[in-house]
Every structure is written in structure tokens, then in C-alpha cells.
Design a protein around this ligand. Structure first.
Ligand code: AMP
Length: 413
């Protein structure tokens, strides 16, 4: 079932949203992007004349009630965004009476799902090495299914619109779907868009297809890089110091991972075999300390002096990537190419954002996603000039790694 094909008039609808919004020390929401992201789905339910039940996690309470992570703190923000007075159920596992009282056109927010260990379904207080772990895990899985059944009992329909947790098999993101038949469960609008954007690059990419992968650690992106080798024509980006060192270059104090050097060489060999062009950085803007006002100097990336650290992509690297990006029909960008939080080392990342926007203007499909690259396009005011900005960091990375997303499979099969 798709959300557009469904009329929720007179029905109760439970929607898994991602309201894991940042709060300040007074419990006030500092960025409501995630609330706004869920609005099209939530409004569709209300406009159809449905009764809306929203559920989410916030932070990591680890299965215990923690007032600092109570969703009661965001009721006002959700009410303002939705334009209705949202009611609150202070115990998501015992919300029968609030749900029963809910009328068509009304909205109810359940308390933080992760106050229950059953939401994540991981055994609590027992080490994996403990011989009793397997039994504890089995018991917790049964409790998780029961908890999911309770959540399902509140509603006629289940919608998952929380892409940020789509890579987790939690009670509210996947297990609950077992209690609805295929005509009573669906992805929300945000999830539909995310899934389509990923399909566009992973399965329907027009060539040339270029992936720009940056960030601080090769280790966190290795799975992504390996899977992309079967998909892309060009692979470029930051994070190359481990590669450069493995090839015998001097990288000074630049961030790298020695234990991954053999793997980096394997990736280069595999790329050659698969006819994927690898565009490592060739030049770095370096600093002498990890701070904004440190002296800056540009060095070839394989000739960085011992007391300097590569902190941004140099002009020669940017020139190469500019050509490659502007010549592409599909672009996937994940991760900044420098320490973009420090203004003096943000130039390279800003340039990449501009090239991706320019290529998009010329007709390329561009997907930007995964934590910090999203912050980067926002910082440079270019978010509306790329084809799609993904909201789910970890979920998007796992999808690009080629892993199944339990939250999507639970609905689409
Ligand atoms: P990730 O979460 O893996 O995408 O990494 C993002 C982080 O990588 C950002 O905080 C950047 O500041 C950092 N980063 C990017 N390039 C470098 C670099 N050359 N040296 C140290 N950190 C970097």
C-alpha cells in the first residue's frame, strides 16, 4: 500500500517519526528540521479525517525513564508545526486510554519509545561473553514482539516515516509491521523520498556516476567504498591520507589509519580491475595545529613535512574534482573534504558543494547525505540546489553499503 492510495478517514493511524531533535540545557528545541520533515505525512492523516498517533525515540535513555529525554518537552513544537493541540501519553506502553479518547482530526504523541528496553530489543545488563547471553537475547526478542504488538494495537494503520532509524530492527521501526497486513502498512512521504533517492543512485544511475567520499576515517567508509566500486565510474574525495601513506607518500601529521593501509591498497587494485577511476587528493592545505588560526601552507599531498597536518583539499585537488563532478550525470556526496567546522579549512568543502550544485543545474542527479555533508550544504546555503539531501546519516550509509534496511523491508518485503 502507498500513502497516496490510502484514505484514513475515521481510522486510527500510528506513525513512527524521527523526533530525535536537539534540545538545549533548558529542554528547548534548537533545530526543528526533523519535525518539519514529518509534516507532509502527519498532515495527510489529519486532513483525511484520521486520528493521528505519533511515536519516536529521543537520545539514548538505554531502556530507562529519563526526564531529560522526555518527548513532553517537544509537544509545543509539534503542536505549532502541525497546527493542532497535540495530546501527550506519558507511557508509550500503556497508552490505551489516551488512544481510546482520541477523535478524528486529533493528534497524540507517545512518550519516548526507548524508555522501554524492548524498543531496541537488546538484553540489558548482560555481557555478550556471558554464557546466559543467548537465552537473555531470546527472551528480550519475545518481549520486543509483545511490545510491538501493544503499539500496533493502538491503530488500524502503521506508517513508518523515520528514515533515520530505518537501518535498525526495533519494535517501532520494523517488528510492529508484522502485526499489519500489506494493505494497512506503508512508508511515509519522507521515507518514500529517501528510498527513491537511494534507488536513483544505486540502481538507476545515469553515467558517468561519481561518488565523492570524505570525512575523517577510512574505517567508517570502507564498506561504502567497496560497494560503490561495483557502481561508480569515478571515486574521489578527502580521507585519502591513508591511501597516500600506503603508496609511500609523506603525510606528516595528517589523520590516517595505519592498520587500514593494506586494505587501501586492495581498494586501489580492485578499482583498477573494475575500471573505476580513483581521484585521490593531490594537494593539501595544511596547518601546524588543529585550530582555525594556525599558519596555513599548501603542500603536495605526498610531500607534507613531518610537523604539518593536511586539513583541507588544495587548489590542484579541487581543480581535478571540479572537472570530474561537472562531467557527471549522477553524483553521490558523503563527507566533507576538510575540517569544514574551522572556517579557514572550509574552502574545499564549500567548493565541492558549489560544483555539485552547478552539475545539478546542468542536469545531473545529485544525492548528498550522511551527517556532516548535509551540515556542509546547509552551511553554504546550497541544500535547495542539489537533487536530494538525505536526512538519515547511518541509514543512508548502510543503504549505500548495499545492506538491507529492516524498516523498509518490513513494509515493502
Ligand atoms: P565523517 O563523520 O566521517 O563524515 O567525518 C566528518 C568529519 O571529518 C568532520 O568533522 C571533519 O572536520 C573531519 N575531517 C575532514 N577532513 C579532515 C582532515 N583532513 N583531518 C581531520 N579531520 C577531517
Amino acid at each position: 500500500m502507498t500513502i497516496d492510495n490510502c484514505n484514513f478517514n475515521g481510522k486510527k493511524v500510528i506513525v513512527r517519526v524521527d523526533f530525535n531533535v536537539p534540545l538545549d540545557e533548558n529542554g528547548l528545541v534548537t533545530d526543528n528540521t526533523r519535525i518539519r520533515g514529518a509534516l507532509p505525512t502527519l498532515k495527510k492523516v489529519l486532513n483525511d479525517g484520521g486520528a493521528l498517533i505519533m511515536m519516536s525515540h529521543m537520545g539514548k535513555p538505554k531502556g530507562k525513564v529519563n526526564p531529560k529525554l522526555s518527548l513532553s518537552q517537544i509537544v509545543k513544537n509539534v503542536s505549532e508545526a502541525l497546527g493542532v493541540d497535540v495530546k501527550f501519553a506519558p507511557d508509550c506502553g500503556k497508552a490505551e486510554s489516551e488512544v481510546a479518547a482520541l477523535q478524528a482530526g486529533e493528534a497524540l504523541l507517545l512518550e519516548n519509545l526507548r524508555f522501554y528496553p524492548e524498543e531496541e530489543g537488546k538484553p540489558v545488563g548482560i555481557d555478550k561473553a556471558d554464557p546466559a547471553y543467548d537465552a537473555a537475547k531470546k527472551e528480550m526478542k519475545a518481549r520486543q514482539a509483545e511490545f510491538a504488538r501493544k503499539l500496533a494495537s493502538y491503530a488500524d494503520y502503521y506508517i513508518n516515516d523515520a528514515f533515520g532509524t530505518a537501518h535498525r530492527r526495533h519494535a517501532s521501526t520494523a517488528v510492529i509491521a508484522d502485526d499489519f497486513d500489506k494493505d494497512h502498512k506503508m512508508l511515509g512521504y519522507l521515507m518514500e523520498k529517501e528510498v527513491k533517492a537511494i534507488e536513483n543512485v544505486m540502481h538507476n544511475a545515469q553515467r558517468p556516476f561519481t561518488a565523492i567520499i570524505g570525512g575523517s576515517k577510512v574505517s567508517s567508509k570502507l564498506g561504502v567504498i567497496k560497494n560503490l566500486l561495483d557502481k561508480v565510474d569515478n571515486l574521489g574525495g578527502g580521507m585519502g591520507y591513508t591511501f597516500v601513506k600506503a603508496l609511500g607518500g609523506n603525510i606528516g601529521l595528517s589523520l590516517h589509519e595505519d592498520d587500514l593501509m593494506p586494505e587501501a591498497l586492495n581498494v586501489m587494485a580492485a578499482a583498477k580491475e573494475k575500471d573505476v577511476n580513483i581521484y585521490l587528493s593531490v594537494e593539501s592545505v595544511c596547518g601546524q595545529a588543529f585550530k582555525n588560526d594556525t599558519p596555513r601552507k599548501v603542500f603536495p599531498i605526498n610531500e607534507i613535512p613531518d610537523d604539518w597536518e593536511g586539513m583541507d583539499a588544495g587548489p590542484a585537488s579541487l581543480e581535478i574534482w571540479k572537472k570530474v563532478i561537472l562531467g557527471s550525470k549522477t553524483i553521490l556526496w558523503n563527507g566533507p573534504v576538510g575540517v569544514f567546522e574551522l572556517p579557514n579549512f572550509a574552502v574545499g568543502t564549500g567548493e565541492i558543494a558549489k560544483y555539485v550544485a552547478e552539475a545539478t543545474k546542468r542536469g545531473a542527479y545529485s544525492l548528498v547525505g550522511g551527517g556532516d555533508s548535509v551540515a556542509a550544504v546547509n552551511k553554504f546555503g546550497l541544500a535547495d540546489q542539489v537533487s536530494y539531501v538525505s536526512t538519515g546519516g547511518g541509514a543512508m550509509l548502510e543503504a549505500i553499503e548495499g545492506k538491507e534496511l529492516p524498516g523498509v523491508t518490513a513494509i515493502k518485503g
